[in-house]
Design a binder for this molecule. Sequence first.
Ligand SMILES: *Cc1c(COP(=O)(O)O)cnc(C)c1O
Length: 414
Amino acid sequence: MKQWELQCSRCSARLPFRYQDMKCACGGTLLVDYDLEHVAKTFTKASLQLRYPSMWRYQELLPLQDKASIISLGEGWTPLLRMPTWESKLSLKRLWIKREEQNPTGSFKSRGFSVAVSLLKEAGATKAAVPSNGNAAGALAAYAGRAGIQAFVFIPMDCPSLIVDECPLYGATTVLVDGFIHDAAAIIESGRKEQGWVNVGTLKEPGRVEGKKTMGLELAEQLGWTFPDVIIYPTGGGSGIIGMWKSFLELKKLGFIEGDMPRFVCVQESGCQPIVDGLGQPMAVTPTHDSDASLAPEPHKIIPNPTGMRVPNPPDLELLLSIVKQSGGTAIAVSKEQIAQATQSLGAEGISSSPEGAATWAAMLVLCDTGWLRSTDSVVLFNTSHAMKYAKLGASAAIPIIKTYEEFMVYRNI
Ligand SMILES: *Cc1c(COP(=O)(O)O)cnc(C)c1O
């Protein structure tokens, strides 16, 4: 076997490595498979202790031939923050938040695009396109800018304007699409050949799953080479779930960790919940004790926020569902209101969270309430981006505007 090949996650067919076109003839997704005996020669717990705190410390488990092709902006090795007060409030054994908003492009999309763009660089590609609800577009734009690759980003028109406006700043050709992310993807497919674009959409190329895989490697290392019991992750296309699952399998095969894999919880927003629906065990939106079912919101009539979770057709739903089931996990949809409340709770702890990150907090509260989370569980939430990116320009109308100290005192007294 070469240092790495591709293997179909559905039919197990093996193919030589390539940097685009990840769909197997059977319809499954091709994933990178490493020669772990080769990896083990240099990838040891001791050697890792001496390495730089970046996701590129896991280089043997990333499919780059040459170090010189690495395009880095300082991604990865984000803090894992413990929440001791809430551990006792919620009776959880341990609670951590993985602060992915601290990545260079303000979201964990940095990880995937650092690897994806490095692969493009190594392959000599010059143009890349992505359909995105925002953060993937920003990350492609930034990393492509650094690599000298032309980026073309296609974003649904209702996505957060600050995220959209950042893309041309990095030099990307940026357009808004009147539709959802799959409509944006269809435009790219129509023009791909004529324009010479490599489509770096979710699961279209190998780098993004491999890059997100480093979240799993990092988590395990930060926890002293152990697994948490539960990972709560805001899921859209699902490359993070696939990546982390893969990383844990690799760590087990390398003999770094033994024991049970974490249970994966996919969090979505009510109204766009293909994973929840696909699992066939939709959980209540709120732990309601209301017996009148007609009062429950009808999920498909709700228009969800334009966030990274809003992916109505994940590219490989079957793979996602099989991971969630194998892990003993679940999927849960939370409402806009629950997300807004969770943003406040995290804010009160000093943590700026995107709606996606806040959704994991909301889901955790529900899972504590229903008893799905137990007092023996150690739990990790992923705060995948920060609040600022989703802010509207101009402060909220609820914040007073004053000119003098006297006016301030008037407001103070109201
Ligand atoms: C893309 C994105 C997600 C969803 O991640 P997937 O791994 O694609 O499912 C969640 N949160 C944020 C902030 C995102 O940008």
